[in-house]
Design a protein around this ligand. Structure first.
Ligand SMILES: Nc1ncnc2c1ncn2[C@@H]1O[C@H](COP(=O)(O)OP(=O)(O)OP(=O)(O)O)[C@@H](O)[C@H]1O
Ligand SMILES: [Mg+2]
Length: 151
């Protein structure tokens, strides 16, 4: 478990060795999220965005398995106290596509949103959102940079 204080530094930079550590980092980050938080992830295919999202969801009390079905853009889960949305923007062609599926209501609502491929819906990523960049730095190593949003 990584202490919550570690995430107050911005950017907070971590190196993980293996998917368990990336999951754990997400799990720990969950403790510093609250109603309406948006975690916006970026990083290449296979970087570990879903792995990190799974950790966050578990940390928020989601019991159900978080998956990434190919054609599902938004998945809703029940957290301890608030809904958790996992959004995979990979297949979205832009913000209009996201609006068409009611995206704003989700990310500007009271639930917690975790977004993969934030660059595809960048108009909706506000300064308050937490931005997480994952870089592949080795076969099993990832460089994870977290920029805290403006409060
Ligand atoms: N340190 C690490 N952290 C996370 N995943 C790792 C790490 N090292 C190796 N991996 C592997 O990298 C892959 C990450 O997959 P994951 O689905 O989380 O990536 P993704 O960024 O969501 O990809 P996509 O762009 O396809 O959605 C897994 O196969 C995992 O085992
Ligand atoms: Mg993914």
């Amino acid at each position: 478990m990584i202490p919550t204080e570690s995430f107050r530094i911005s950017p907070a930079v971590f190196t993980t060795k293996g998917e368990d550590e990336t999951f754990s980092l997400g799990f720990s980050l969950a403790k510093s999220l609250g109603e309406g938080s948006v975690v916006a992830l970026s990083g290449p295919l296979g970087a570990g965005k879903t792995c990190f999202a799974k950790g966050i969801a578990r940390g928020l009390g989601v019991k159900e398995a978080v998956t990434s079905p190919t054609y599902t853009i938004v998945s809703e889960y029940e957290g301890d106290t608030i809904p958790v949305y996992h959004i995979d923007a990979y297949r979205l062609k832009g913000s209009d596509d996201f609006s068409a599926i009611g995206g704003e209501e989700i990310i500007f609502g009271r639930g917690i949103s975790i977004i993969e491929w934030r660059e595809n819906i960048e108009e909706f990523i506000t300064e308050e959102a937490l931005k997480v960049d994952i870089e592949i730095s080795g076969e099993n190593e990832r460089l994870i940079r977290i920029v805290t949003g403006k409060q």
